[in-house]
Write a new protein. Structure first.
Length: 974
């Protein structure tokens, strides 16, 4: 019996989204509280006082805009800002003016225009209002339902300054955007981060709420329940708590704890009787009671729902639930009345089919067989493909049997042969009943009846029955048992010649299944040459073609099938021959001919049982012929008859669709097609290939976690089934390793790549796998292992795209192992081979570092100066620092001081500034300039007190405090 539908996506109501309520001109911030400002700091209020006279004129519009904005005269302010910007776009005040213009547009709900202005400010990282810009930009995009872009803007806002007053607002907005945009895993992760970064934020509960909704959308009901429990514990009676109570109850219902669901629903209804969600909660309570088997209580609950909410979207579901409760309490008349009401009102809803079936059940169980028969006949006409259709046929057959309509019942009942077999008066009709079962493909029942028939002395039509019995056993997969039966018929001299040839044909099929192709060919050639049955001859040609195709002779197969098709015969035989000929042409790579063959088949045999597969093969032929658009159209048309395909056929259909979509640069659609292919039930190479290619698309979109989840099971399955293609195993393992690497799991990645290298050293992927293994080992701190992998690539002169990164990482790992000459050699080779590489500075610095550690300070300084002169960034800052260190080591203390102080002056990298100032202090100590040394140490202690440099500076300050003026108090160590 179908269960009632109790999960319906509820609209999130009762809580305002954490975005600007533009109509009201205010910003909903913490816990939904409206603030007088819009979530943006106002532009600074400036007057002409203190402004140079020559600047007052050009700033007049700017200052006027500021004043008008302060007074809430946004349109007028916008005019002034535009006037200023039109004439002074490059002015130092232009960014602030543009920000003011954006605020005006934002507050007047001109979101598109506001967004355009904000975009111009978005990349100004040092802008005073950078955080506000990103928050407003995110809100604009959220209002446009561009949740992905909104989430990005909010993320930038929150990351810019964690202590900013809007940081937690931005983070909360990001969580909501991620949820509304369907990025549920990211929303959950962001909520966890929010709780740790802003544990006291009043928005923490809101973050947890959306994490709960995302977990629910992802089907992780226990996790959703945990998040929502946190909300309920902290949110009091707020609208947020009302929503959380509803979802908290639904979590229990979804994870199967109907008792907890019912209790929570009851508590929510008591606490929030006037909630907009009260109807949904009441319905869920009724569904929970039904699950508990408390049918009377469930019936009363759902009746109350229908009384109070007759027009609710769940009213149809509730009506069906009420009918089901009545039926299960054997209140068949009451249940029927509700079913009839639902059938009249539900239209084409799936509930109509359920109600009609339940109506028939009520009639049948009430012994109203004529009514039951009419209802089930109507059901089968309207819902022949419904999941309950077999049950309906059974009930219809039983009802007709009760009404004495045995001939009609025989056509419908799957168990008719068993019932007839128990009736002695029908023993002469056993063979006919078996034939009926055979026609319905009830092979075992047919076999039982045929064996009973043949067991009788003098059974009529024994040869035909024996042939039929062999066919039944063959259909049951009992080929070895079928073979003697066909032998007996083929050798039966009293049997009809056509029957004997039919037996030889079936024997040939069995021999094929038993991999006895030569013996099978002898029987099939005899049938092809002697039989007068054109369909049998065509079928023999098909099997002979199958033998040829197994041997790789597709052209011979196509010729056999062409001649079989020209011979004429019944439509079924011609259809089978034509379809297989198309497959042979595919195998022969004659794709245009294959496409024409399948097109002809579909034109002539559109409704044939082979048509669904022919539609798939047509798409494949067109795809292989390079006609991708036509192929995709053909495959999409083929999907309309996909239910007639077996699991492998459905997988092939969806895989080929995905391939076409990839070729047409439609990755999102291709992902959906691959996912559907994987869920279609197919197995083997094709399923593995689909999973690998789907993982590839996820990886291209940097969804490495999704890709890894697909590839892990694929690798395990490929390892279990060594018969599957080794190349597939290599590719799956390689892609898994890359995903693990990108996900920051170097140990897992290294193990995966190493397994590929050890098992398949000659694989085309082994070189790249070796590089990634080395890179993964290096990232995991296992530099000895990294060197083992990378040195092989360096020695083999791998392709440039692999050799370059390998040399660079090899040099770094050798440096980590303090093997300085080899490190220098590897990096120098990199620079020689790839002088214009984007990573030249990394290699050049590494050369300097190796030289410095070999006490070749002058040569090291040369390398470091090259980096400092030609590069900007932290590596340049460190190179400048190392110049000073080398000079220090050479006891050229005055020069060392000068170079070290350049680090603090020229580069904005606190770590290296602290190190350089400290080392400058040591140089001054070495020069006997204690006062200058202490000056450097004080700077380090004051600016970088919490770093290790700050701690060492404090120590040196203490040590130099007791030293006589002009004398060093000792020296530290590098």
């Amino acid at each position: 019996m179908s269960k009632p539908r109790f999960f319906t996506r509820a609209t999130i109501t009762g809580i305002a989204p954490l975005v600007c309520l533009l109509a009201a001109g205010c910003f909903v911030g913490r816990a939904g509280a409206q603030q007088p400002e819009t979530g943006q700091r106002p532009v600074p209020q400036e007057s002409q006082t203190g402004v140079p006279r020559e600047s007052q004129g050009e700033l007049q519009s700017y200052l006027a805009g500021n004043g008008l904005l302060t007074r809430g005269m946004y349109d007028l302010a916008a005019e002034e800002y535009r006037k200023f910007l039109s004439g002074h776009a490059a002015h130092e005040k232009a960014p602030v003016a543009r920000y003011g213009l954006a605020v005006c547009l934002f507050r007047t709900s001109k979101l598109d225009a506001a967004e355009q202005e904000l975009k111009k400010l978005a990349d100004l990282r040092a802008f005073t209002y950078a955080v506000e810009v990103q928050v407003m930009l995110g809100q604009c995009r959220m209002a446009e339902k561009d949740y992905a872009a909104a989430a990005g803007a909010f993320e930038r806002a929150a990351a810019a300054d964690e202590k900013h007053e809007l940081a937690d607002d931005a983070a909360a907005l990001r969580i909501e955007s991620l949820h509304r945009g369907g990025r549920h895993a990211d929303a959950i992760s962001a909520s966890a981060s929010f709780a740790s970064r802003w544990p006291e934020s009043p928005l923490r509960e809101r973050a947890a709420f959306f994490a709960g909704l995302s977990a629910a959308e992802a089907g992780d009901w226990p996790a959703a329940e945990r998040h929502l429990s946190q909300v309920l514990e902290r949110s009091g009676d707020s609208p947020l708590a009302e929503q959380a109570a509803f979802w908290h109850a639904r979590c229990a219902l979804q994870r199967g704890d109907a008792r907890a669901a019912a209790e929570r629903c009851e508590a929510a209804l008591r606490k929030y009787p006037k909630s907009s969600l009260a109807p949904e909660i009441a319905y869920d309570r009724a569904a929970a009671l039904h699950q508990l088997g408390e049918l009377e209580a469930a019936g009363k609950a759902v009746a109350a729902f229908l009384r109070d909410n007759p027009q609710h979207p769940l009213a149809a579901d509730a009506t069906y639930l009420a009918a089901l409760c009545a039926h299960q309490q054997k209140q068949y008349d009451a249940s029927s009345e509700l079913c009839q009401k639902l059938i009249k009102s539900a239209g084409d809803s799936p509930l109509t089919a359920k109600a009609m079936f339940l109506l028939g059940e009520n009639s049948f169980l009430s012994d109203r067989n004529a009514e039951a028969a009419r209802t089930f006949e109507d059901f089968l006409k309207r819902y022949a493909a419904d999941a309950q259709a077999p049950r309906a046929k059974l009930r219809l057959g039983m009802a007709l049997q009760r009404l004495g309509k045995h001939d009609e019942a025989q056509m419908l009942l799957a168990q008719a042969a068993e019932l007839a077999g128990k009736d002695a008066a029908l023993s002469a009709a056993t063979l006919e009943l078996a034939n009926a079962c055979f026609d319905r493909q009830e092979w075992q029942k047919a076999a039982d009846l045929l064996e009973a028939h043949l067991a009788r002395d003098g059974a009529p039509d024994a040869a035909a029955a024996r042939l039929k019995l062999g066919l039944a056993k063959q259909r049951l997969g009992r080929t070895a048992d079928a073979l003697p039966l066909f032998d007996a018929v083929a050798k039966d001299a009293e049997a009809d010649a056509g029957l004997r040839l039919h037996a030889r044909f079936e024997r040939g099929q069995c021999l094929l299944l038993l991999d006895r192709a030569d013996d099978a060919a002898a029987d099939l050639e005899a049938v092809r040459g002697e039989s007068k049955d054109e369909s049998l001859r065509a079928a023999a040609a098909r099997h002979l073609a199958t033998i040829a195709m197994r041997r790789g002779d597709y052209e011979k197969a196509a010729g056999l099938l062409e001649s079989a098709g020209d011979a004429g015969g019944p439509p079924d035989a011609a259809a089978a021959v034509l379809a297989q000929r198309g497959q042979a042409l595919l195998g022969a790579k004659q794709y245009d001919d294959a496409a024409r063959c399948f097109s002809e088949f579909l034109k002539r045999f559109e409704t044939h049982e082979l048509a669904p597969r022919a539609r798939v093969d047509l798409g494949i032929a067109l795809s292989r012929a390079g006609k991708t658009e036509d192929a995709l159209a053909a495959l999409q048309a083929a999907e309309r008859s996909a239910d007639a395909l077996d699991a492998a056929g459905r997988t092939l259909l969806l895989y080929e669709q995905a391939w076409c979509l990839r070729s047409l640069k439609r990755p999102d659609d291709a992902i959906k097609a691959y996912a559907r292919a994987l869920s279609s039930g197919g197995a083997g190479d094709l399923a593995a290939r689909a999973a690998i290619e789907l993982a590839g698309l996820h990886a291209e979109a940097r969804r490495f976690d999704e890709a890894a989840k697909l590839l892990g099971p694929v690798c395990e399955k490929l390892d279990e089934h060594k018969s599957l293609a080794a190349e597939l195993r290599d590719e799956a393992r390689y892609r898994l390793g890359v995903c693990q690497f990108e996900l920051g799991k170097p140990a897992d990645a290294a193990a995966t790549f190493s397994k590929l290298i050890s098992e398949r050293p000659d694989s085309p992927l082994s070189l790249s796998a070796r590089f990634f293994a080395g890179e993964a080992y290096a990232r995991g701190g296992k530099h000895e292992k990294a060197v083992e992998c990378l040195a092989v690539l360096a020695d083999q002169d791998a392709p440039a795209e692999t050799l370059g990164p390998a040399l660079l990482r090899l040099g770094e790992s050798l440096a980590a192992l303090q093997r300085w000459p080899r490190s220098e050699e590897a990096l120098a080779r990199y620079l020689k081979l790839f002088p214009d590489s984007e990573q030249w500075f990394t290699a050049r610095f590494g050369v300097g570092w190796a030289r410095e550690n070999q006490q070749r300070f002058d040569e090291a300084i040369s390398a470091y100066r090259d980096v400092a002169a030609r590069h900007q960034g932290p590596t340049a800052a460190r190179a400048q620092f190392q110049i000073g260190e080398c000079l220090f080591a050479l006891k050229q203390h005055e020069d060392a001081v000068r170079e070290l102080l350049k680090v603090d002056i020229l580069y904005a990298y606190p770590e290296w500034s602290a190190a350089a100032l400290f080392e400058a202090g040591r140089c001054f100590e070495a020069l006997g300039k204690n006062g200058d040394a202490r000056t450097q140490y004080k700077q380090v202690a004051e600016k970088h007190g919490k770093t290790r440099w700050g701690e060492m500076a404090q120590q040196r300050l203490a040590a130099t405090a007791s030293a006589p003026p002009g004398h060093a108090a000792g020296s530290g160590s590098k």
